[in-house]
Write a protein that binds this ligand. Structure first.
Ligand SMILES: [Zn+2]
Length: 369
């Protein structure tokens, strides 16, 4: 015997499931009637959004029905051999399976968005990313990243002009770079490093210029950074780091500049770090740019070699940060050496600026330690 709260003619009461019948008995204080239906005559209809309401009536008399809101009623009926209950239970479990599938599908979609999208973004070719992200958005991101670091940047002057001339020189010799708007700037600090930021911003530290031993070394570094820019690596890193947020941004959701500030400020440092794949890609690109410009790639090898041996000898010092954003692994160095051996190149370029001229312009500036 099982009992459930029930309603009949809007009067509350209790329905009892007996061996061979269901019986409605109204609450003592209401003036309702008693209704007893034999299981052999019972008809059960379900209703409600989740089919959680059950209407019990005698066959052919649907208007005279008892309503119950408890799925356990069906289980109880099935225990007493009410055949229809089995169908109702099956139906309910089919619905549950369907819902489980829906929930599973939803979770899978979320997982794809959270984990798949960043991976997808990091693998997209640079020109695809640039098609998805407006120039304006990219420049805005670059400015946010810049505003989050304390850099002393030269906006004009001889050092600036000479760096511009070197970048222009590489752009003129490489069709894929020619159309890019590159804003190269000297960052006054003794730290040996260079950075590529979204929006075509390329920063070269004065420490790196003073450290170089040939103009080919400088061009090799500029080529590598231009590779990062051309492939939109920082943008892809941001996509990877921020997953859905940046993914939403990349697929065209409108995010206010204030919200972007808030989102990206905290991630600027992470975003400047590149993956090993991106480093390799930038090395390959940089090598191609130099080759097309008829610049010897030996400079790049020498620079990487020198930096690595300094790091190994523990004299990293100010160089350490170079390795944090551009880790020079044995693998990277060897790959560059292999490229030099495997490719024929014609190093006859007339480079518009000499190392001496560039270093002289940089020496004239006050350098932050
Ligand atoms: Zn790099």
């Amino acid at each position: 015997m099982h009992q459930f709260p029930a309603l009949l003619d809007r009067k509350s009461g209790t329905v009892t499931v007996h061996q061979d019948a269901v019986e409605f008995i109204p609450d003592a204080r209401t003036e309702g009637r008693v209704l007893k239906i034999a299981l052999s005559e019972l008809e059960v209809r379900t209703a409600g959004e989740n089919r959680s309401f059950f209407f019990l009536s005698r066959k052919g008399q649907p208007s005279d029905s008892i309503s119950v809101e408890d799925p356990a009623l069906i289980t109880a009926l099935s225990r007493y051999g009410y055949k229809e209950a089995v169908n109702i239970l099956n139906h309910a479990s089919r619905r549950w399976r369907k819902r489980k599938l829906l929930i599973g599908g939803f979770l899978a979609t979320v997982a794809v968005l959270l984990f798949g999208l960043p991976v997808l973004i990091s693998k997209l070719p640079g020109n695809w990313v640039s098609r998805l992200v407006s120039q304006e958005t990219e420049s805005h991101l670059g400015r946010i990243l810049i505003s989050s670091v304390q850099w002393t940047v030269e906006n004009e002057g001889p050092s600036q002009d000479k760096l511009k001339a070197l970048v222009r020189f590489l752009q003129d010799k490489n069709p894929e770079l020619a159309a890019l708007q590159i804003y190269v700037k000297l960052n006054r600090t003794s730290e040996v490093n260079a950075y590529a930021l979204p929006g075509g911003m390329l920063f070269v530290n004065s420490g790196l210029i003073l450290e170089a031993q040939s103009i080919e070394e400088i061009l090799g570094i500029l080529g590598h950074e231009l590779g990062h820019i051309q492939e939109r690596h920082v943008l892809k890193n941001i996509g990877g780091n921020l997953g859905l947020t940046a993914g939403g941004l990349l697929i065209g959701l409108t995010i206010s500049p204030d919200a972007m500030n808030w989102i990206f400020r905290g991630n600027s440092i992470v975003s400047l770090k590149h993956s090993r794949d991106h480093e390799r890609e930038a090395d390959e690109k940089g090598f191609e740019y130099l080759k097309r410009a008829s610049v010897s790639p030996h400079g790049t090898v020498q620079f990487l070699d020198r930096m690595q041996s300094r790091e190994l000898s523990g004299k990293g010092g100010t160089l350490l940060s170079l390795f944090s954003s551009h880790p020079i692994s044995e693998e990277r160095l060897q790959a560059q050496k292999d490229r030099v051996i495997e490719n024929s190149y014609d190093a006859k370029a007339k480079i518009p600026v000499t190392l001496e001229e560039l270093q002289m312009a940089v020496r004239g500036l006050e350098i932050k330690p």
